[in-house]
Ligand binder design. Structure first.
Ligand SMILES: Cc1ncc(COP(=O)(O)O)c(C=O)c1O
Length: 414
């Protein structure tokens, strides 16, 4: 047989989804892959039930149903003050996952470079590589998640850089970029004429006093921002696979074509039902905020009581817990980063069949403590192996049970 594609040869499976399989196999509470175990809003599921017998059940228009795009345009105007034209500046995709991929494919040529902050959501480097582009990483400080503007500028100024990916609020760090930080990013994007591809799936999960700012609203940014987001997190419907891209018409024309060939379109009956959610009033978003603040407080207070060190989330629903005290060692002698891929140039221990310290910790924790987490190394470019990511989008009883089980963590100490 002829060899399969070189571009995808370096991929390993997704570490996050692998941890979900391990959690299922050993009956662990799955705090690895981020999805809620509570129900979506009742109005939404009721509407879905109404639609089931009557449809629509056939393809929607490829760019997304007209009423969905109109409702989304109104919602976006309400929250950001920006009015996107439902005909020309919006496309509905299969989750933010497709939105990011279609955006990246519309922007990048093979050989281009894309700037990513590290730690980052593992799909971004995969998206970049699928486009034949190369990621350029800018570290966030492990202490306060700040970035060095000079390091960012030298990354953005590199020849061949076409775009920067901005996840805000960020997975896995829980960082919410401040207005000042976004202004720095925006001015550099203008200076070096780069696109900014955003992933704002956690736009409505932000903890006071932090506030979400859409970078597209900053001066000079509307025409170069490709805003990706989805309904997955905002309405607790990760399985519906509804996402979207908002961008100025000249960019959107291209993204629409890529989207059409990639997936044809998002699910018609689900779009029809979800119009209901897009038309929810402010009380829904206040309730969502209050619910997530409650879950965050419950979980982080429990972690604090257990004596664990972790990052305090500003937004999204993750904590990075420091596992240094458990004595699993360091991978500096073993390998470099492996964010879902093997780097042939750096003889990655993972790809050679090795297991990184934080991976081993997560496997032991799932099997012996009964709680599944994601090894932090899957999110960092730098050789970071002392963190694991847990998420708290769960019912109170699930979080209490997880905290109970985590009391057994001391058994893992080496
Ligand atoms: C930052 C980020 N972007 C995108 C996604 C996936 O979004 P969607 O379900 O809209 O594809 C996730 C899911 O965890 C995420 O954390």
């Amino acid at each position: 047989m002829k060899p399969l594609s070189q571009r995808t040869e370096i991929f390993t499976d997704s570490v996050i989804r692998r941890m979900t399989r391990i959690a299922n196999a050993c009956g662990a509470i799955n705090l690895s892959q981020g999805f809620p175990d509570f129900e979506p809003p009742e109005a939404l599921t009721r509407r879905l039930a109404e639609i089931a017998p009557v449809g629509p059940h056939q393809y929607a228009i490829t760019f997304g149903a007209q009423n969905f795009r109109e409702a989304l345009s109104d919602k976006q105007f309400h929250f950001s003050g920006m009015r996107y034209d439902p005909q020309k500046e919006i496309v509905i995709t299969c989750g933010s996952t497709e939105a990011m991929m279609a955006s990246m494919m519309s922007v990048c040529n093979p050989g281009d470079k894309v700037v990513l902050f590290s730690p980052f959501y593992e799909n971004y480097s995969a998206d970049t590589i699928l486009c034949g582009a190369t990621p350029v990483y800018v570290p966030l400080s492990p202490v306060d998640l700040s970035f060095d503007a000079d390091v960012l500028e030298s990354a953005m100024a590199q020849p061949g850089v076409k775009a920067l990916v901005l996840c805000n609020p960020a997975n896995p760090s829980g960082k919410v970029f401040t207005h000042e930080e976004l202004s720095i990013i925006a001015s550099l994007a203008v200076k070096y004429d780069l696109y900014v591809i955003t992933d704002e799936v956690y736009e409505h999960i932000v903890f006071a006093p932090h506030r979400h700012t859409y970078i597209a609203t900053l001066p000079g940014m509307f025409e170069r921002t490709i805003e990706c987001s989805s309904l997955s997190k905002t309405y607790s419907i990760t399985g519906w696979r509804l996402g979207y891209v908002l961008a100025a018409e000249p960019i959107m024309e291209r993204i629409k074509k890529v989207h059409d060939f990639l997936t044809v379109g998002a699910a018609a009956p689900l779009m029809e039902a979800a119009v209901t959610a897009l038309r929810f009033d402010d009380s829904y978003y206040a309730g969502l905020q209050a619910h997530y603040t409650h879950m965050k407080n419950l979980f982080t207070n429990g972690l604090r009581d257990l004596g664990l060190n972790f990052t305090e989330p500003q937004g999204a629903y993750f904590v990075l817990v420091d596992i240094s005290e458990f004595g699993y060692g360091s991978r500096s002698s073993m390998s470099d980063s492996h964010n879902g891929m093997c780097d042939a140039s750096r003889s990655d221990a993972k790809c050679a069949g090795g297991t990184l310290p934080d991976e081993q910790f997560c496997i032991d924790m799932a099997q012996n403590v009964g709680v599944a987490a994601v090894p932090g190394s899957s999110f960092f470019r730098e050789p970071v192996d002392h963190l694991v990511r847990l998420h708290f989008a769960k019912k109170d009883e699930t979080l209490y049970e997880a905290l109970n089980r985590l009391e057994r963590l001391k058994k893992l100490k080496r």
